[in-house]
Design a protein around this ligand. Structure first.
Ligand code: HEM
Length: 425
């Protein structure tokens, strides 16, 4: 049986530009009309502004494949520059390609498998911290996904003083600078107080990260050790990027996965049966749990929108696109498109054992800029999900259903609370 998990507020069709701007200030989804789930593409026209949101899978994949024709948006790069410098997340063209050529080998399948013991240690540490009763799962997942990045990249658990300081400083940054908030997308000036605070916290995080890099002995066998070809400056930029790209995204996916399983006890029971009672096997031996993971990423892609801009005059679906026009891909809307998916808003992991329109599933992006951490994220996500439900029954709390909101990642407007009850053998 499939269940319908929560959606953002439903919106009236055809809202005015002013109403859309007001909603946009609240969160990015709230500015999108409901009809986008049925559309192929939407064009937003204002007197001095035009943007395109692409839903049709083939067109979205074309934009992602043509990374030079549709580079990453300069607005996003400017917002993130105080934090991420010139890391691969924000650069384009040859500079980006040089960075990826160094980073990609560190994420090959074999390299990720070497990190499995560290992922298990982080998972064990997480389990020790859970007490029966109501658990705030966004807190839980934020901590364990940061822990795993710190262990895999820097050989330091989150309980280590310096690593703990990195985590706390990162949290402080997130509080003042929720990523890609509407303020950033709307090109507001740098001297706004909130922007200023964001820049201060970004500088603090980079300082702590620089101290952690300086404290390395050179004997570590971790992912940073494989990035020796980067200059010291590029290493710092990319180290901060890994923390950002690899932690908030995985935390978001794991939180929504726990919610989906809480709302669908029969599916939760099937995961528990597949996982068994012993040591959790590799995700390749957990096909059903992996389908649960895929289905969660379809319904709650942690990065709901991918901002690009057109480098030159072109057209999309026969509409003229000017140089510099924003072109937004939406894993959220394409993943729920009523034109391509059966029962698109339902949580139904079994759909993955039938024929699926897989071109409409790109939670890790696609094309040359596809997420290099996809294999890493899948390994940790399936492992942590399995570890949690093996030990704990998770249930929703009556009257306390989270409402998804979108910044750079999909979060709940007000946390996600679930009831954890210990399973008896
Ligand atoms: C469920 C977890 C994750 C999801 C859904 C996810 C998703 C994505 C997406 C959609 C992008 C492309 C963004 C864009 O082009 O606008 C991206 C880029 C990236 N991700 Fe992930 N990610 C996840 C976990 C990770 C992890 C664990 C790491 C590293 C440890 C990582 C490292 C990166 C990097 C370095 C990029 C930039 C790639 C480039 O621009 O060439 N991600 N990710």
């Amino acid at each position: 049986m499939s269940v319908i998990p929560p959606m953002p507020d439903s919106r009236p069709p055809g809202i005015s530009i002013l109403a859309r701007w007001r909603r946009f200030r609240r969160d990015i989804f709230a500015s999108q009309p409901e009809r986008l789930y049925r559309a192929q593409m939407a064009e937003l026209r204002a007197p001095r502004y035009r943007s395109f949101t692409v839903v049709q899978p083939e067109v979205a994949r074309h934009v992602l494949a043509e990374a030079d024709a549709f580079p990453k948006s300069r607005v996003l790069a400017r917002t993130l520059a105080p934090l991420l410098g010139r890391s691969v997340f924000v650069t384009n063209g040859p500079e980006w390609a040089r960075g990826r050529a160094i980073i990609d080998p560190a994420f090959s399948g074999g390299r990720v498998r070497q990190m499995l013991p560290r992922m298990r240690e982080a998972g064990e540490r997480m389990l020790q911290g859970i007490a029966p009763g109501v658990v705030e799962v966004e807190e839980l997942t934020a901590r364990v996904t940061a822990d795993v990045i710190l262990r895999a990249m820097f050989s330091r658990p989150i309980d280590d003083a310096l690593a703990g300081e990195v985590f706390e400083t990162f949290r402080a940054y997130q509080r003042v600078q929720p990523l890609a908030s509407p303020i950033d997308v709307m090109r507001l000036p740098d001297w706004l107080p909130r922007r200023r605070r964001g820049q201060r916290e970004a500088a603090r995080l980079r300082q702590v990260m620089a101290r952690m890099l300086a404290a390395r002995t050179g004997d570590e066998e971790d992912m940073i050790a494989r990035l020796g070809a980067l200059s010291p400056e590029a290493l710092l930029d990319n180290a901060v990027m890994f923390l950002l790209a690899g932690h908030e995204t995985s935390a978001s996916a794991l939180s929504w996965a726990l919610l989906c399983l809480a709302l669908d006890p029969a599916t939760q029971d099937r995961v528990v049966a597949e996982v068994g009672t012993g040591e959790i096997p590799d995700f390749r031996q957990l096909p059903f749990t992996r389908d649960v993971w895929r289905e969660v990423l379809r319904l709650y892609p942690p990065v709901p929108m991918l901002p690009r801009e057109s480098a030159a005059s072109t057209s999309l679906r026969d509409r003229p696109v000017r140089p510099g026009d924003p072109v937004i891909l939406s894993p959220w809307h394409t993943g729920r498109s009523e034109r391509v998916w059966d029962d698109p808003h339902a949580f139904d992991p079994d759909r993955w054992s039938r024929a699926v329109p897989s071109e409409a599933w790109f939670p890790f992006s696609a094309g040359p800029r596809i997420c290099p951490g996809a294999g890493f994220a899948t390994a940790e996500g399936v492992l942590f999900l399995a570890m949690i439900v093996q030990k704990w029954r998770v249930e929703p709390i009556e009257g306390d259903l989270p409402r998804p909101v979108a910044h750079l990642t999909v979060r709940s407007a007000d946390g996600i609370r679930l009831r954890f009850t210990e399973r008896v053998a």
